[in-house]
Design a protein around this ligand. Sequence first.
Ligand code: PRP
Ligand code: MN
Ligand code: MG
Length: 179
Amino acid sequence: MYQDIQEILISEEEIEAKAAELGKAIAIDYKDLNPLCVCVLKGAVPFMADLIRKCEIPLEVDFMAVSSYGNSTKSSGVVRIIKDLEASVENRHVLIIEDIIDSGLTLSYLIDLLKGRKAASVKVVTMLNKPARRTVDLKPDYCGFDIPDAFVVGYGLDYAEKYRNLPYIGVLKEEVYCS
Ligand code: PRP
Ligand code: MN
Ligand code: MG
C-alpha cells in the first residue's frame, strides 16, 4: 500500500495539529449551541474522530451516507441517500464534517436538504479543499488545507475503497490508477 504513494502531501503531524486547531475554533463558535455534527460516510470518519476529541463542548454526532448515481448524474448534482440521519435537525445547529470538497456537489445537496428540514444553521468543516475543481459556488466555513488538483488518498480518502487507513494524505502514483 505505501509503495503506491508517490509523495506525502500532508503529514500525520500536520493533520493532527490542524484537527486540533479546527476543533478549538469550533468549540469557541459553538459553545452553548450543542451542535449536531454530521459525519459524511465514509471518507470523513477519521477526521470526525480527531476533530470532536479536540472540541471540548457539549455536542452530538450523527452519520449520513450519500452516493451519486454515476458521473453523468453527479454533474447534475443528483445525490442518493444511502443512510439518513437518526436525529431530527429541526432547530439544531448542524455542522457537516467532510474530508474533502471537490466539485462541491455532495455538500451543496446536503446543505439544501438540511436547511429544508429547518435546521437553525448549517455550516461545513472540511480537512481538504480543492478549489480548482469546484463546479458550484460553495466555500467551507472551516477548512484545514487548500490543495492542488492531485489524486490524493489517505486519512479517509479512498481510491476504489483502498488507502482510507493511511495516517497521512498522499499523492497516488499514476501507475496505480492508469493501469
Ligand atoms: C468523496 C469525498 C466527499 C465527496 C467530495 O466522497 O469524501 O464526500 O466525494 O466530492 P464532491 O465535492 O465532488 O461532491 P465519495 O462520494 O467518494 O464517498 P466516500 O466518502 O465513501 O469515499
Ligand atoms: Mn465522502
Ligand atoms: Mg470516495
